[in-house]
Design a protein around this ligand. Structure first.
Ligand SMILES: [Zn+2]
Length: 512
């Protein structure tokens, strides 16, 4: 093991190597947590550096610039709004032009897991294009506001009809809000050790009285771009979303994702109300120093194993709701096409576990419906993209599960969670506002409309409370901004791992 002084010295050399001007086109920020020299509290504080300067981010929100310019020039969660402003300057933006909401608390959370947190995290510039290391045309993962901005809508029974409002929330607010709507009292909104969640109930948008027999449906459109989703809904192109907004509220600033703004970290935050450092799913890929294992939770072959990576104090929203709901028949909670399913009475991932498939969902492709036969695909040419095609199959099967779960009002679960993924495929393939990204939103909306019509047929639509969100936003990269920071790290000649890439773990010197 490295001693704290060695970690500190090596981290400093990593930070210096990554913040040279020649890497500025691909390295936006380098972030870490450290105990400030002379601070007797022993509490770590969040740090950020770029080629421009270095800042210490104090928990009270103040910025102590230690060198040069403050690389976190703004933390405004409402930056680049209204949406025309984002479109007018679509980026890539420099860190001085950008905004990083809740920078201190989000950075600190990433570094709160002793075994799994990296020693340093590298934030790619919004423009960085790195297909050779798994990057895409459209990308997410950054601390910045656009990649961290997911849509957030509340609608239906118990929700104030306010339309689109100039406000924002955080994705950790989703779990307590869903749980509260399902009847979990305030005292029940806590982790397994009784500690408060990181999120809070979005009471500002809810009516004070709660229905006696709640029916709550949480919908996730993976990677759906907040601004574009609202614009398409307001211009009549997403009638399902528009209908939800008409009967509820949508936040113009969406919900801020946890850092990194990647899928499994945020699915877990959404469904536990905790930041990454408390729930333990640090990234889509991370290293666990205790087990010596490289963990890849965001993979078709591992989604069904999500519970293995949750830290002991975690409770999922399904566990919170099941602890208070008493029902004579039917599932209390259901979880459709979602990795983070622990505790749900019905779960797609449970069926995958029960199937005995050794490669999880990846081994069950032949069970999926034919994408070409889907009635929800607006542009069949997109099916040439294998990821888009597979997501279409999964989402069509998800809609089938939703109809079965909601076969009758009596059998319908108290809480139903419904994840959809084709929006992630569309945005990765073309970036926000591309034809394929917009069509992925239209396809998702087509499935939503179909399900709302199913509820209309049952005559129960106005009895249901809906929440629609995503796990992160998206930005378009610049094909010219390629390259890797790897040679700069290799030149230091110290042992390290770089997972992601972007999570740098310092390793002990090899014994000779
Ligand atoms: Zn995602």
């Amino acid at each position: 093991m490295l001693c704290p002084a060695q970690v500190s010295a090596r981290r400093e050399s990593v930070v210096r190597a990554l913040t040279t001007p020649d890497l500025a086109s691909i390295v936006d920020l380098v972030v870490w947590a450290e105990v400030a020299a002379g601070d007797l509290s022993g509490q770590p504080v969040a740090m950020a550096a770029s080629h421009l300067g270095r800042v210490r981010l104090h928990p009270d929100g103040s910025h102590q610039v230690l060198e040069g310019l403050d690389p976190i020039a703004s933390e405004d969660p409402m930056a680049f709004l209204p949406y025309e402003r984002e479109c007018a300057i679509p980026g890539p933006r420099t860190s001085r032009e950008n905004a990083y909401p809740y920078a201190a608390s989000r950075i600190l959370s990433l570094f709160a897991d002793r075994a799994r947190s990296p020693d340093v995290a590298v934030v790619h510039t919004p423009g960085h294009f790195f297909p050779e290391q798994g990057g895409h045309v459209g990308e997410h993962g950054s601390l910045d506001v656009i990649q961290s901005r997911a849509p957030l809508l509340l609608s239906g029974r118990g929700v104030e009809a306010r339309g689109v409002v100039d406000a924002h929330a955080r994705l950790v607010d989703v779990c307590p809000t869903l749980a509260s709507l399902c009847g979990v009292p305030a005292a029940g909104l806590c982790d397994a050790h009784g500690h408060p969640l990181d999120g809070r109930v979005l009471t500002a948008y809810l009516k004070s009285e709660r229905p006696a027999q709640p029916r709550v449906i949480g919908i996730l459109w993976d990677g759906a771009h907040c601004g574009d989703l609202l614009e398409l809904a307001e211009s009549g192109e997403l009638p399902g979303v528009a209908r939800l907004i008409e009967n509820g509220v949508a936040l113009r600033g969406g919900a801020v994702a946890q850092f990194p703004s990647v899928t499994l970290t945020n699915h877990t935050s959404i469904l536990t109300g905790l930041g990454a450092g408390r729930h333990g799913v640090l990234g889509n890929v991370f290293f666990d120093r205790e087990s010596g294992e490289r963990v890849v939770p965001n993979n078709a072959s591992t989604w069904h194993r999500s519970a293995e990576w949750l830290r002991p104090a975690v409770r999922t929203v399904f566990e919170m709701v099941n602890s208070v709901v008493r029902r004579a028949a039917g599932a209390r909670t259901a979880c459709v096409d979602e990795a983070v399913d622990r505790g749900a009475d019905y779960s797609t991932m449970a069926m995958i576990r029960d199937s005995g498939s050794t490669s999880g969902a990846a081994g069950l492709g032949d069970q999926l419906p034919d994408a070409w036969a889907s009635s929800h695909v607006r542009e069949k040419a997109h099916l040439a993209d294998p990821y888009f095609s597979w997501c279409t199959q999964v989402d069509d099967l998800g809609l089938d599960q939703m109809r079965q779960l909601w076969a009758s009002p009596e059998s319908a679960p108290t809480l139903t969670w419904w994840a959809n993924i084709v929006s992630d495929a569309g945005h990765h393939a073309g970036g926000p506002r591309s034809d394929i990204a917009r069509d992925s939103l239209r396809d998702s909306d087509s499935r939503l409309v179909s399900f709302l019509e199913h509820l209309d047929g049952l005559g129960v639509t106005d009895q249901v409370t809906f929440l629609l969100t995503a796990d992160h936003g998206f930005e378009g990269s610049d094909p010219a901004l390629t390259g890797s920071w790897r040679p700069a790290l290799d030149a230091l000649q110290i042992p390290f791992r770089d997972e992601g890439p972007g999570f740098i773990y310092l390793l002990p010197d090899r014994e000779t």
